[in-house]
Design a binder for this molecule. Sequence first.
Ligand SMILES: *Cc1c(COP(=O)(O)O)cnc(C)c1O
Length: 411
Amino acid sequence: MTTREDCLSRDRADPLAAKRALFTLPENLIYLDGNSLGALPRNVAKRVAETIDRQWGATLIKSWNEHDWFDLPRKIGDRIAKLIGAPSASVVACDTISVNLYKLLGAAIHLRPDRRVILSDSGNFPTDLYMMQGLIRLLDRDLELRLVDPEHVDAAITEDVAVVSLTEVDYRTGRRHDMKRLTEKAHAAGALMIWDLAHSAGALPVDLAGCKADFAVGCTYKYLNGGPGAPAFLYVRPDLQDHIESPLSGWWGHAAPFAFDTDYRPAQGIVRQQCGTQAILAIAALDSALDVWDDVDLAELRRKSEALCELFIAEVESRNAKHGVTLAGPRDIRERGSHVSFHCPEGYAVMQALIAQDVIGDFRAPDIIRFGITPLYTRFVDIWDAAAILTRILDQRLWDDPRFRARKAVT
Ligand SMILES: *Cc1c(COP(=O)(O)O)cnc(C)c1O
């Protein structure tokens, strides 16, 4: 049995411990929801204020050139590329995951005109599936969304599949797909592969180049701490960049946006995937939020993530099996991402009771309580305390209160 003292000493020995001071975190709050909205890095407020006062306020429209606003999405793309095993000039920060996925799906479908299946799994995040459904309706040419259980993706990659579109880490259970193996399988069948890295970027090492993925998308407001609604990102394998067309052919992806031609002519390279003007204040916030990653060893990050997840699983299970709390997703830590979820009877009310005691996780229907483990600012002692508080809530039925059952709009 691990003691609270053990956790305090593990925190003292933690090579990433100093990172926590780079974030603004309310005192006494145990924040285990950085997989939904990352914490605020301290340097962001100053950078955004400067962008407002010294750039927008002082140099107005000249800022697009003088402060490099126009190139920021691409430059930030290069910073993100380092965190996901992608070469420079293969990533751009823009739009949302939903929009970026749509662009890449549209491009991929065009590259495989003789095939009629988009393959995904039932564990994928709903917006990904909704975007596939919308594109299929729009194209109106007998395309099919084939949805299978995550365990059966492998067998479903057949020669009629145009594109396989999957999320590496399941947003509910934390189950992780084998990117390399599935990408190889897709390629062997002649299909293209799109990875959604929403719960991977900043959570664990990713090797897009190594696994030869064709395309990827991901978001920056989760583990990358870019702030609410921060721009997402998109990756295109370098040799494909000039051979695909975005279905959202806006002027920021034009070869000469300021020539104002009446006809669309795509730019070369990754900027072809941009669409329209980006939210520069949000981009500035993201750029400064990424500073905390400059010297992070992702292998170290993963080691800490695994240790924190294992501790939480052990503490919660050993104390709460009697309450029907069971681990969601695989038990082997190597097959998991960086969040831990449990099936929990009355899970919604239990999570509300936890939040009332300053332990913040979230609830995912139908019965999952979910805890994001963000190794840059989560301590071993936080994990230990969160497990103890959850146990108290269950042992004393503190969740059994009408105010904890009333559903809010965002869970
Ligand atoms: C969070 C998340 C999204 C969010 O998509 P947006 O369009 O950026 O809101 C998409 N896909 C997955 C897998 C996610 O976890």
